[in-house]
Structure formats: C-alpha cells, structure tokens
Design a protein around this ligand. Structure first.
Ligand code: DGL
Length: 267
C-alpha cells in the first residue's frame, strides 16, 4: 500500500485528458496535477529547454510527495523520457510507447498517421516505437502546432479550428491512413473536429488510455495502490492563472477544479 498521490504534468491543460483516463482507471488514487501554463507551448522549443522545464516540473511534483510521475505530454515523453528516468529516483511514465502499442494493434492496412507538436515529430519517437512493434507499418507524421493554442483557448468547435484542421490534415488524408495517433495531449480536446475532418473510417488513438493501464499494472504489481475509505482529493497547480483552466477542466474532467498558482522557476 502507498497512499501518496500520483503526480501528472503537462505544459498546460492538455494533460487533463490523461488525468481523466487515470481517474477512470484508478478512481481511488489521489492526483497532483501541474500545468506549466506560463511556459506553454513546449512543442516549439529545443530538446534542452524541454528537458530543463520537465525537470523543474518533476521537482515540483516531488515536493508534493508523489509516489510516481506521469508525463502527460508527448513532447516531453518523446524528447526527454530516458534522461528523466535516469535523473529521478521515482517511477516516471511516458505516453509515447503506450500510444504506439495501441496504434499498432488498431491498424488494418498498416498506414498509420501521427499528429503531434514540432518537437515530437522531430524526435521521431512515435515512428521508432511503432516500427519496433511492426516494421511493416508506414508511418506518416504531421506537426500541428496551432492546435495547442486553439485547445488552450477552449475553441474545440469554432470555424477557425475546422479550417486549421483541414489545412494540416489534408496530406495525411491522401496517405490512406486508417489509424491516427493523437500524439499531443491537447489534441483529444479537439477530437470531434479532427474526427469530422477525416471521417469515421479513420480510428483515432488517444495514448492516454493505454498509459493509464500501464500505470495501474505497475502500481498493482508493486503493491503501491492507495487503500483508504476516504474519497480521493485531487489538487491542481498552474504556473500562470488563465481563465480557461476551469473551463477545460469541465470539458476534460466533467467538473470544474480550482488551480493554485505556483512559481515553477523556484524548482
Ligand atoms: N500537450 C503537449 C504534448 O502532448 C505539449 C503541447 C505544447 O506545449 O506544445 O505534446
């Protein structure tokens, strides 16, 4: 038994989509969430900066006495996972491998698309992981950086979002993909728009599902589940107070949560 909370972080609100899956899978666990809303986006930054920010984010979560960390950010997972695992003494989980496993299982025609931030696409991590599982796959990747501010703004169903999706995704539609990895945790917030742009024949993969399963298996195997009859208390922190945080909480988690402001530069 380990009653300490699980730490989850992202550059902003995108990690709330992963938090949702962790809550579904591990309802009795407590969560400490950090969204680095002052420094979003990470996806346009260099590997060194992404790793430096991620280390600060994890130090903050460790200061809240978490028992494990979920990197609810593909940009950090694809660029910095090995270095972060090495640097910290607690279990650290990324989202890329779980997403690759789901995609490789789902495809029927072996044509898989990946949409992600520029830094995730540049890392080649999804392609590597998918080819490791099935080297007969054709993986086509496309960076969609404007999806992040659109999701942070809460514009999931605006005309500008549909126009942006059409522009970004037309190349992938031509590749005859049957499976698309939402390789940025912000993108499930735009899921309807992305699905409508491709049509129903393309299966969207949200790596958060498998990530939550992998986390649960680890906690069970290592006897680290929270055992308490008290309801789980979740806490949310951000590095900049934005008006949209509680709105996106409602969209991603089904209810509003207040987030406390912290100074991430202190960590
Ligand atoms: N949500 C993050 C990801 O999964 C990062 C978005 C960004 O900060 O650019 O990649």
């Amino acid at each position: 038994m380990d009653n300490r909370p699980i730490g989850i972080f992202d550059s902003g609100v995108g990690g709330l989509t992963v938090t949702r899956r962790v809550m579904d899978e591990l309802a009795n666990e407590e969560i400490v969430y950090f969204g680095d809303t002052a420094r979003v986006p990470y996806g346009s930054k260099s590997k060194d900066t992404i790793t430096k920010f991620a280390k600060q984010d994890i130090r903050f979560l460790i200061s809240k006495d978490v028992k494990a960390v979920v990197i609810a950010c593909n940009t950090v997972s694809s660029n910095s996972l090995d270095e972060l695992k090495e640097a910290f003494d607690i279990p650290v989980f990324g989202v890329v491998k779980p997403g690759a496993v789901q995609a490789a299982k789902a495809t029927q025609n072996n044509n898989i698309g990946v949409i992600a931030t520029a830094a995730t696409v540049r890392s080649g991590a999804y392609k590597r992981e998918i080819l490791n599982i099935n080297n007969g796959s054709n993986v086509s990747s496309r960076a969609c950086p404007l999806f992040v501010p659109l999701a942070e703004e809460g514009w999931s169903d605006e005309e500008v979002t549909y126009l942006t999706a059409k522009k970004y995704l037309s190349g992938l539609i031509e590749k005859n993909i049957d499976t698309l990895v939402l390789g940025c945790t912000h993108y499930p917030l735009l899921r309807n728009c992305i699905q409508r742009t491709f049509g129903e024949s393309v299966r969207l993969i949200d790596p958060a599902y498998e990530t939550a399963v992998v986390l649960k298996e680890y906690l069970v195997k290592n006897d680290m589940l929270r055992i308490s009859s008290e309801p789980a208390q979740n806490r949310f922190y951000v590095s900049d107070k934005t008006e949209t945080f509680s709105k996106i909480c409602r969209q991603a988690l089904g209810r509003e949560f207040e987030a406390d402001l912290i100074n991430i530069e202190e960590f």
